[in-house]
Design a protein around this ligand. Structure first.
Ligand code: SF4
Length: 231
């Protein structure tokens, strides 16, 4: 259905990552992903289920479900924030997401769109803030990075690298230098795979190299625990 979206979950919490970290945020997690990262922490949102099998949330269905954009906008209005984060899964797999982003921008929300960088980002409403998560080697998904997307980034966007080990760190550092990313985006985020890498060691590498990146630790996992859903 053109204006329906397959949704994994909708929830209200503190933004746990990026430069909006700590702010009350409504999260819309879209169902389905085209990748399978080795350390994925939202595997429940990976499966692309036949859309027609989904129940309609508007008719009392439960998650995962489908929902009309107009109903989704009505739901979002009930939360006390103007910050909306669209995530996944991979949200750009669903064509209706572009309309959702535009409708949210029209309604004066600040819209964050998190994408894995494998699909073109040039159709996203320019008022939204893109957070592009290029995949480092430990994900086993590096071959899917679409480097043309670097040309579509703006100075309000963010680039994120999930770092599991020294090889990931060196790979990200090389990409930052090769594409002069510091000049292209508002922030470059280094996000350690939770409890997999020594944070002091990662901090020391960044300081030693003077990399223009922000080390960010997933705030929601520190507050509510690593495996808690809907936070
Ligand atoms: S792109 Fe995101 S949702 Fe998809 S497998 Fe990787 S971490 Fe999981």
């Amino acid at each position: 259905m053109e204006n329906d979206l397959a949704i994994s979950e909708i929830f209200y919490s503190l933004q746990g990552e990026g430069t909006h970290s700590g702010l009350p945020t409504v999260f819309i997690r879209l169902q389905g992903c085209n990748l399978k990262c080795s350390w994925c922490d939202t595997a429940f949102a990976q499966n692309i289920i036949d859309f027609e099998q989904f129940e309609d949330l508007s008719n009392g269905g439960s998650f995962p479900c489908k929902i009309r954009i107009s109903d989704l906008l009505d739901r979002i209005k009930k939360y006390k924030t103007n910050l909306v984060c669209i995530t996944g899964g991979e949200p750009l797999l669903q064509e209706s997401v572009y309309l959702l982003i535009t409708e949210l921008c029209n309604a004066k929300y600040t819209v964050l769109i998190e994408t894995n960088g494998s699909l073109p980002i040039n159709k996203i409403d320019e008022r939204a803030i893109k957070i592009v998560d290029f995949k480092c080697p430990s994900s086993s998904m590096t071959n899917y990075n679409d480097y043309k997307n670097i040309g579509y980034l703006t100075k309000k966007d963010e680039m994120k690298f999930v770092i599991e080990n020294r090889a990931d760190y060196l790979w990200a550092k090389d990409l930052i230098n090769t594409y002069n990313l510091e000049k292209k985006v508002f922030a470059i985020l280094f996000s350690p795979v939770f409890s997999k890498i020594d944070l002091k060691e990662l901090a020391a590498w960044i300081l030693q190299d003077g990399l223009p990146v922000r080390l960010q630790i997933q705030l929601h996992k520190i507050i509510w625990g690593e495996n808690e859903r809907g936070v």
